[in-house]
Design a protein around this ligand. Structure first.
Ligand SMILES: Cc1cc2nc3c(=O)[nH]c(=O)nc-3n(C[C@H](O)[C@H](O)[C@H](O)COP(=O)(O)OP(=O)(O)OC[C@H]3O[C@@H](n4cnc5c(N)ncnc54)[C@H](O)[C@@H]3O)c2cc1C
Length: 341
């Protein structure tokens, strides 16, 4: 049990529940709700009018499994992103400072639910991730798979992020995103930077800072939520399929998801909504380029056809051949031919 907090918005007080069962009521000048994707503070916002809110769960869940060190060293090379793509699901492994790897299995919930015994876990790993069994350890796998149920991934969008000059949401409490863009934590840190900048700009006057923070931050956080969902739906699913086809038993070194869009927002202060605008602009340019190319090719072909007209007699023979081929197809095959198929 840990210390938990509940907010009573009407009185601008919050209640602290301690593990020993005691509770304290405290008043605050400013309440910052940074209590994660299932925020208790945000729940209080939902009781007020003119608060916009939406949440979307994706069909995949995730489960974290630990790969211990081997002889005091990492069990696999640490400077690589280790990924086991398996069509509709995947496992990735990321190194930790204590020389363990955290292996995260992303998989549709219905697949997780098919596995209910230790033997089924080993069977599943033998089928899809055989090389991971000796690295994680069969006994550990049997135990850890059932330690916690698969966790849900939710994308939350809301606005505004503040109530008056008293309360503000930050991090996942304001904008939980699906983890396929690697920006959830970064977006939360950026909330803090932006908030700090606005605090300086408005001399720490909460009545001006909080609405400005919502005005500036909501479009960017909504944009990163969209980008992350786009990566989940389009890029990751596509990559998983392609990687599965070409490298189903290989560790892929330093793989970058999301192509250049990722580079626009990673290690930069490019605003997320600006990156999305640039992306749509690039799409438009590429589509127009493709359209122009197609029109050019058609016009060129037409011009060549007019300049060097084909022999009409040869064309007629070709047309006759096609017609005969189609007639052949319509005729049912003999019994011998059918059984061969
Ligand atoms: C599988 C996965 C992979 C991810 N990978 C990346 C990545 O590569 N890069 C990246 O940038 N982000 C990543 N993220 C997202 C990142 O983990 C989150 O965006 C980040 O942890 C959010 O931080 P937070 O402080 O807002 O919320 P949290 O980390 O959820 O912290 C909230 C805290 O509030 C506490 N709390 C909750 N309710 C109460 C209450 N009522 N009273 C008191 N305390 C409470 C919780 O115990 C917790 O300590 C990933 C997320 C997942 C699920």
């Amino acid at each position: 049990a840990s210390t938990s907090l509940t907010l009573i918005i009407s009185k601008w007080k919050y209640l602290i529940f301690r593990p020993d069962g005691s509770k304290t009521q405290t008043q605050a000048d400013l309440i910052v709700g940074c209590d994660g994707a299932f925020s208790a503070v945000r729940k209080q916002f939902l009781r007020r009018s003119r608060f916009n809110y939406s949440q979307t769960y994706i069909p995949h869940g995730y489960m974290e499994l630990t790969m211990p060190p081997r002889n005091g060293e990492f069990a696999m090379k640490p400077n690589y992103l280790h990924i086991w793509p398996r069509n509709t699901f995947m496992m990735i492994a990321l190194p930790n400072l204590d020389k363990t790897f955290t292996c995260t299995l992303f998989m549709p919930f219905e697949e997780f639910e098919k596995i209910s015994t230790g033997d089924e876990v080993i069977e599943f790993f033998q089928k899809y991730f055989p090389d991971a069994i000796p690295l994680i350890g069969a006994a550990t796998l049997r135990r850890d798979y059932f330690r916690l149920p698969a966790q849900a991934m939710v994308s939350v969008k809301c606005s505004p992020y503040h109530i008056g000059d008293k309360c503000v949401l930050m991090g996942d409490a304001a904008h939980a995103v699906v983890p396929f863009y690697g920006q959830g934590m970064n977006a939360g840190f950026e909330d803090c930077i932006v908030f700090d900048e606005i605090m300086n700009q408005f001399n720490e006057d909460f009545s001006a800072v909080l609405p400005e923070y919502s005005r500036v931050r909501v479009p960017d956080d909504h944009a990163i939520a969209d980008l992350a969902m786009y990566n989940y739906v389009e890029v990751i699913q596509f990559l998983l399929h392609m990687l599965h086809m070409f490298f189903s038993n290989t560790l892929v070194p330093t793989l970058c998801f999301g192509f250049f869009l990722v580079f626009q927002v990673t290690f930069t202060r490019t605003r997320y909504h600006v990156a999305v605008e640039r992306w749509h602009w690039q799409d438009k340019v590429i589509n127009r380029g493709l359209l122009l190319g197609a029109v050019g090719a058609a016009a060129g072909g037409f011009y060549l056809l007019i300049k060097n007209p084909p022999d009409i007699n040869k064309l007629a023979i070709t047309a006759e051949k096609i017609w005969n081929k189609m007639a052949d197809l319509k005729t049912p095959p003999s019994v011998g031919a059918a059984s061969q198929i």
